[in-house]
Design a protein around this ligand. Structure first.
Ligand code: KG4
Length: 364
């Protein structure tokens, strides 16, 4: 089969409906329709609402992607879709659309692992073919990939393209989930990771002591559930203290902006250090020369700065996509991955048999 160059990517793995178009690994379009407002009242993603929103949004997102890429349907040479991991009923929507398109346009289909997409987003170039932080042939294997997202926190050893080994992961909440729960406790918006990080800029990271769990675990796993509980306890204590200082008949005491900023800064420092401690252990143990970062939390400045410092200290290089749009859930990364998989002839052989795999583990 002729190696396809124009790839349509589709990702509906969680709460963003995304369609992207790449020419090889040049990103021509990357449309992301966020469902944040829809899920905000519940403080987390509601699967059946996500599914309905994906179904409703897909046609417009698809049309916008073709328009932004300056192509028509007939220009599409292959379709790449996220098969897993993710929310089952959300994944189904993208897979169904991908199958219909593959049938109708008579084009090959490629099934992509969402986490592999986050790693391979590092090879995405801009429209002009520039700005990619690295080219595939420059990777020094084994490398370390760090996936930091709302639904996932993993340290992955990349033995080769398509060959991965999870060497550490969260045993409970993901780092992005922790940021979101922390933000909710502090009365910030949803998803609150970015707002918590912004508020932290005005605060003192040493103001409060919060736990950095699992340091002594003897492995590379992390845990975030305890951090959220510790924050909750601290907030209650501070509220009770503030309440004691005012008229007990009045409304519950609100924390001052200064205290909230200090809480954000202390929380962010604990969340980041919990992870960077294990990354440093991994570098010491395995001597990786390259560390790839992906996932929505890669937008966090403190995380990037801390990782950059640690990697430098260990003679390694920190690599992340040229724009934060390629860090969060997006379909251009799925298209880039599809393009690399097409090179290996990894096409779906029977369209009707392709099914979502919400717990899909990375191929070893
Ligand atoms: O990869 P992603 O788009 O999707 C999910 O896996 O859901 O990541 C979204 C996550 C959310 O939890 C969001 O709060 C978090 O990334 N996030 C941040 C920042 N920007 C986004 N967390 C901390 N600091 C940020 N600047």
């Amino acid at each position: 089969m002729k190696h396809p160059k124009i790839i349509l990517g589709i990702d509906t793995s969680c709460d963003d409906t995304s369609v992207g178009v790449t020419h090889e690994r040049r990103v021509l379009a990357n449309i992301i329709s966020s469902q944040d407002e829809l899920h905000a009242p519940w403080g987390g993603v509601v699967p059946n609402l996500a599914r309905r929103a994906h179904e409703a949004n897909f046609p417009a997102v698809y049309a916008a992607a073709l328009d932004q890429a300056g192509i028509t349907e007939t220009d599409i040479e292959a379709i790449a879709v996220t098969k897993g991991h993710g929310l089952a009923i959300a994944l189904e929507v993208g897979i169904e659309q991908a199958k219909q398109l593959a049938h109708r346009l008579d084009k090959p289909l490629i099934a992509v692992h969402h986490s592999e997409g986050h790693f391979l987003a590092n090879f995405a170039q801009d429209e002009a073919g520039a700005r990619a932080p690295i080219d595939p042939e420059q990777v020094i294997f084994p490398a370390l990939a760090i996936l930091v997202a709302g639904g996932q926190t993993q340290l992955v050893q990349v033995n080769d393209f398509g060959h991965y080994e999870v060497i550490g992961e969260t045993v409970d909440d993901a780092i992005g989930e922790a940021f979101d729960k922390g933000a909710r406790l502090l009365g910030l918006g949803y998803p609150g990771g970015a707002e918590l990080a912004q508020t932290a800029e005005q605060g003192n990271p040493q103001a409060f002591q919060l736990p950095r769990p699992m340091r002594q675990s003897g492995n590379l796993n992390v845990s975030y559930a305890g951090l959220k509980t510790a924050l909750l306890r601290l907030v209650r204590e501070l509220q009770a203290k503030a309440q004691a200082n005012i008229d007990s008949q009045s409304e519950p005491a609100e924390l001052s902006q200064t205290v909230i900023a200090d809480l954000c800064a202390s929380f962010q420092a604990a969340a980041v250090e919990t992870l960077t401690y294990k990354v440093e252990l991994a570098l010491e143990q395995f001597g990786y020369q390259q560390v790839f970062l992906g996932g929505g939390v890669a937008a966090n400045q403190l995380l990037k700065e801390s990782l950059s410092e640690i990697t430098k200290k260990h003679g390694a290089e920190l690599i992340f996509p040229y724009t934060t749009q390629l860090c969060r859930d997006n379909a251009a990364m799925i298209a880039v991955t599809g393009w690399l998989k097409a090179d290996e002839n990894e096409f779906v052989t029977n369209l009707d048999e392709l099914d979502r795999d919400p717990q899909w583990t990375l191929p070893s």
